[in-house]
Design a protein around this ligand. Structure first.
Ligand code: N01
Length: 531
């Protein structure tokens, strides 16, 4: 086999994980390169260019902390970063740290095989690279899911997916638009599309909880004050459950206060905006009755906002505890259903039968529109990893090993796949936290592990099978002590037909998780085997 390039490290993906990983590698003299399918950096923020896309974590938190110079230099303009602003930030970082020259854009990794203690990696343009380390920075929500609905190729209008939005924003002026999906992407795009579309038809299979974001510009004095105290805020975030400084663990049960006091606390959180409500009480995600107090509060808000009583009831979620699916944050989502040009079509009992030339059929009724938007989510957490054919020394594919669900050690390594690392993989807190904080913690851990291996002149590092099983069991125990598994959600793989049901993120909190990782290091990299 002809090797075209020899590297220490191949990193897959130029999102926030890949970029920080490359920076660390370069700093310590490794010969590392990124391979990225897109023609620019940004990962999820490159692809999700749909109308209204913005982060649901405040920008002062959702940013890198590794360089104080960077966090002092960059000026966020909005409370919640918009997709263009976050993409601009990613580009800025890639230039500031001279990363771009080490990024192979428009190049996907399609195959990797571990042979003679090296990874032999193949790209979609038939480049063969030999490397010591393969690091998957492929993102958790990066493989768009378009449901396989009969007749989709017959549709004569324009089709979009929120997770693979075109570079040039389509005009919806004067057009009739159909949108399928009411998760975070739908909830953010529906109000914005409704501003220009002549008519918007929303096809809702499951009503979703959404809280007001209370978005605003970021006042300069607030930003500068935050910057002065960044060290304190970053520490608070690291010591929290979700990696967000202002959401510290609550101390009271929902039943430590009476109904009036409880509702006042929920009302304050609702007015404050963001996810504050979920952090009001200790037991909202562990006790159904406690959860129901918050869920009911939100349902009553929906009933007050939405004028048409029937529509309001359809929008009230009742199939899962609040917060057990990723909670949406919105700007005027429920208010949008008061607009003349917006209709909600409840398909909970009437799945879409087929897509036709002019629209779609549900409940034997054909709805016609010019444009169809899929806001139908992603093959989350495992989709992008499984898209690469990854073979170990015994020629066994990772996809086959994960056929009944992913198993990892700490979300970082998979047993029998030496020198292969994942950033925020399954069974790590990634998607249940402020992602960039989790990315930094993972990259630091992986990087230190590689340096330890190198300094000790080991050729490979592997995750111990028993320790991996223990970790997976621990994950399941932690999840099963919560209400999360009760929801039909992408956390469980429920949204993908044929995907085995497993609760994938670690929900023990980022502070606990980091302590566990630090403990493994102290115990001489417990659970990692070196050869
Ligand atoms: O995807 P989703 P998303 N027929 O899977 C429906 C992050 N994110 O892209 O609930 C009809 O949540 C599906 O219905 P149901 C965030 O972590 C963050 O919105 O399965 N409907 C659901 O309504 C988020 O959780 C941000 O019954 C079908 C919707 O499509 C994650 O990405 C913004 C269907 C999919 O919802 C995913 O969010 C955006 C079918 N065949 C995303 N198939 C922010 O930072 C699916 N649906 C703010």
């Amino acid at each position: 086999m002809n090797i075209d390039r020899n590297l220490d490290t191949v990193i897959v993906g130029a999102g926030f994980a890949g970029m920080y990983c490359l920076h660390k590698q370069i700093q310590d003299g490794f010969n590392a390169e990124i391979f990225e399918k897109a023609d620019d950096v940004g990962g999820t923020w490159y692809w999700n260019k749909y109308p209204g896309a913005r982060c649901d974590i405040e920008s002062m938190d959702y940013s890198y902390s590794f360089s104080d110079e960077l966090q002092q230099e960059w000026n966020w303009k909005e409370k919640y970063g918009t997709q263009p602003e976050i993409l601009e930030y990613a580009r800025f970082v890639s230039k500031k740290f001279n990363l771009r020259e080490k990024i192979n854009f428009k190049t996907s990794i399609v195959k990797a095989r571990f042979i003679n203690k090296k990874w032999i990696v193949q790209t979609d343009n038939d480049l063969i690279i030999e490397c010591k380390y393969l690091i998957l920075a492929t993102g958790n929500l990066s493989t768009p899911n378009t449901p396989n609905i009969e007749g989709i190729s017959n549709f004569k209008g324009r089709i979009y997916h929120t997770g693979a939005w075109p570079e040039k924003m389509p005009e919806f002026e004067g057009r009739k638009v159909g949108i399928i999906g009411t998760g975070s992407s739908g909830v953010q795009s529906i109000p914005v599309i409704s501003e220009t579309a002549q008519e918007l038809l929303v096809f809702q299979r499951t009503a979703n909880f959404s809280l007001p974001a209370r978005h605003s510009e970021l006042p300069i004095n607030k930003r500068e004050n935050y910057k002065k105290n960044y060290k304190k805020y970053r520490e608070l975030a690291q010591n929290s459950s979700f990696g967000i400084a202002k959401y510290q663990p609550p101390t009271k049960s929902a039943f430590d206060v009476n109904k009036d006091e409880r509702d006042e606390i929920y009302e304050n959180a609702w007015q404050e905006g963001g996810q504050a409500m979920l952090f009001a009480f200790t037991d909202l995600l562990t006790n159904k009755e406690a959860n129901e107090t918050a869920a009911n509060f939100v349902r009553n808000k929906i009933r007050k906002i939405v004028k048409n009583k029937e529509t309001a009831e359809k929008l009230c979620p009742n199939d899962h505890p609040i917060g057990t699916k990723r909670l949406c944050l919105d700007s005027n989502y429920f208010e949008t259903y008061n607009k003349e040009n917006v209709s909600l079509i409840d398909i909970s009992n009437h799945p879409i039968q087929k897509i036709t030339k002019k629209g779609l059929v549900t409940n034997d009724i054909e709805y016609e529109f010019d444009d169809l938007v899929f806001a139908t989510g992603f093959d989350a957490m495992t989709g992008a990893v499984n898209a690469i054919e990854i073979l170990n020394e015994e020629n066994i594919s990772l996809k086959s090993v994960w056929s009944k669900g992913p198993k990892t050690y700490l979300g970082i390594m998979v047993s029998d796949f030496p020198n292969l690392f994942m950033i925020t993989g399954p069974q790590s807190p990634g998607v249940k936290s402020q992602m960039i904080l989790s990315i930094e913690q993972h990259v630091n851990f992986i990087h230190d592990l590689i340096i330890h291996k190198k300094n000790n002149k080991y050729l490979q590092v592997n995750a111990n099978r028993n320790k991996q099983d223990e970790w997976v069991n621990h994950n399941n125990e932690v999840a099963n002590a919560t209400l999360y598994p009760l929801a039909h959600s992408w956390y469980n793989g429920d949204n993908i037909v044929g995907k085995s049901r497993n609760f994938m993120p670690y929900v023990g909190g980022v502070a606990n998780y980091k302590n566990i990782c630090d403990e493994k290091v102290k115990n001489d990299y417990e659970g990692f085997e070196f050869l």
